[in-house]
Ligand binder design. Sequence first.
Ligand code: CA
Length: 423
Amino acid sequence: MIDATHDIALESWVHSANGHHDFPIQNLPFGLFSPAGEAPRPGVAIGDHILELQALVAAGMLRDVPDDLETILATPPLRKSLRHQLSRLLSDATHSAAAEPYLHTARDCVVHLPVRVGDYTDFYVGIHHATKVGALFRPDNPLLPNYKHVPIGYHGRASSVRVSGEPVVRPRGQTKAQDAETPGFGPSRRLDFELELGVWVGPGNALGDPIAIADAPQHIGGFCLLNDWSARDFQAWEYQPLGPFLAKNFHTTVSAWIVTPEALAPFRMAPTPRPMGDPRPLPYLWAEDDQAYGGLSINLEVSLRTAKMRAQNLAPVVISRSHTRHMYWTVAQILTHHASNGCNLQPGDLLGTGTLSGPDSASSGSLLELSDGGKSPIILPGNETRTFLEDGDEIILSARAAADGFAPIGFGDCRATILAARG
Ligand code: CA
């Protein structure tokens, strides 16, 4: 899996790529973008720039570029071939003069959702989040008995998945305070974020045909950051007996760039060992390779910037630092479980891991945890405090995969600002 495209010494003639936080030449993530005023088209992020792919085909510098990113996701040999072609093109300075006309400054471009999301499913693999949130909703019974046997998930809403940068309108909904006799309806007063990793499904499976866990890596097309915005007041009132509904489906934000499994190859690691006494996963969820390399070494960060901070020119403040090692189930396990009953996954389907909180409050992936259920406000620069999000607040998720001997790579921002409720 490790080859010349991962060489830490590799540099690009696109100078901003060398040492870039997110997009050095070792990353090469795919996305859909528009130069100012023009139509969307596939591109690859390189440093502070985006290289347009199809124009390079016309110029004879690249071959086998499809019109759409679904095909790139769904065709692993094509994805790998493009990665190798682009790595050579962007590292060999003899190509710079010919390719430069197709290099766009990223800040002058608009990014789009990379694919049409067919279906969106959200899991719950962050065991520290599941335990802490479970304790808030059910103090006597935080982790339900199925948690360590079956990867818990629910079907989310694909139509409201949006790319980073699109604002989130505060949802209205039904709530009932614990001491109230009857529910009311209005703007959420406990609006929250959830720090998650997103998985883009590559090749799908036919209806009725499960995916064996040994084959699961072949079905993973790429990764992104995902913010599962959540209205905690709606959630507390509506979630039983059928699980999340209007508390979650009003908006989900994903980062724009598809970070490929090939780019993440150096950052595979063994999943965190299960505590002594935990059940061994059933055979359909167990593969030696997955136990050896099914985890990921990705540092995750959440930043917040309020309207007042923006007005005072204060930088966003980091409110949480976490890591993908806090996943109780691997990506291969959730994908395998999803298809285990014969449910057909399709290219461009989106899986969320669930909130990836660490064990302590500094690594909490939601305000629900950071504020201890709204009881302990967090302190922000400029003497502001927050329990939940206010209008004008901006949440920025970021990630950085790191491993000894390899160039770190990032995902680009997953950001959005809260707008006042409508209607
Ligand atoms: Ca979630």
